[in-house]
Design a protein around this ligand. Structure first.
Ligand SMILES: *[C@@H]1O[C@H](CO)[C@@H](O)[C@H](O)[C@H]1NC(C)=O
Ligand SMILES: *[C@@H]1O[C@H](CO)[C@@H](O)[C@H](O)[C@H]1NC(C)=O
Length: 211
């Protein structure tokens, strides 16, 4: 047992919270709490980027097109009851895979934008940096989730880097600049919704392990 665990166990005794599973649930729930917070922060960054992206690339800050979808993005409408059936590890694994998909999509979209115009305005350069920041947020989340997974199940081997399957296939995307730009909107719009769902998942995981 590592030294830093001891004060926590002692605290547990003092608080009379040594149920059958202490200190594991307490630590886990603090971790889920951290992931929850990071998810919320990331979502705020996505929302800010989405707004600027619409102004800059779609020339309309209020652009909405609910009819557009990308079929290889993770489903946003998970059935809550089947989610309840899953083990914590399976929930984390699903989140891990979904976040990788978004990371890859952002990478691809960012590269497209870079190619589109080599002489960029300052605003465009800032937007490209924001894409990069969100990817870094996602990478941190991926690493947190991966740690949690190996904590629950020691046979989970942490991938050395969340950066990604080189064989990752993109669905055939449009050659038309406008359509490609709208795809960027769809990715950010769905990522915003996805992170809302993910934050809720972390809250549930935290409250479950806390009780
Ligand atoms: C999780 O964070 C919330 C506030 O963000 C706090 O009220 C709660 O006590 C935290 N729970 C744990 C187990 O850290
Ligand atoms: C534990 O991890 C392994 C390897 O990643 C995985 O195949 C297995 O399904 C996991 N077991 C449980 C009980 O989640």
């Amino acid at each position: 047992m590592t030294v830093w665990l001891q004060p926590i166990i002692l605290l547990c005794f003092l608080l009379n919270c040594v149920d059958s599973l202490a200190p594991f649930p307490v630590l886990q729930s603090v971790r889920y709490n951290n992931s929850f917070r990071l998810t919320r922060v990331t979502r705020t960054h996505v929302q800010m980027l989405l707004k600027k992206y619409k102004e800059q690339y779609l020339e309309n800050g209020h652009f909405e097109d609910r009819s557009r979808h990308l079929k290889d993005l993770p489903l946003l409408s998970t059935d809550f009851y089947s989610w309840l059936e899953l083990s914590d590890w399976e929930r984390l694994h699903a989140a891990f895979q979904d976040m990788q998909v978004y990371w890859n999509k952002l990478e691809w979209q960012r590269k497209q934008l870079e190619k589109e115009d080599r002489r960029r305005t300052t605003v465009q350069s800032t937007l490209l940096k924001s894409f990069k920041h969100i990817q870094l947020d996602l990478r941190d989340l991926l690493s947190q989730v991966s740690n949690q997974m190996s904590y629950i199940n020691s046979s989970w081997v942490k991938p050395t880097s969340p950066t990604m399957q080189s064989s990752f296939k993109q669905e055939a995307t449009s050659e038309i600049v406008w359509d490609r730009r709208v795809e960027g909107y769809v990715i950010l719009r769905d990522l915003d919704l996805y992170l809302t769902k993910l934050a809720r998942d972390f809250l549930l995981l935290a409250s479950k392990t806390h009780s």
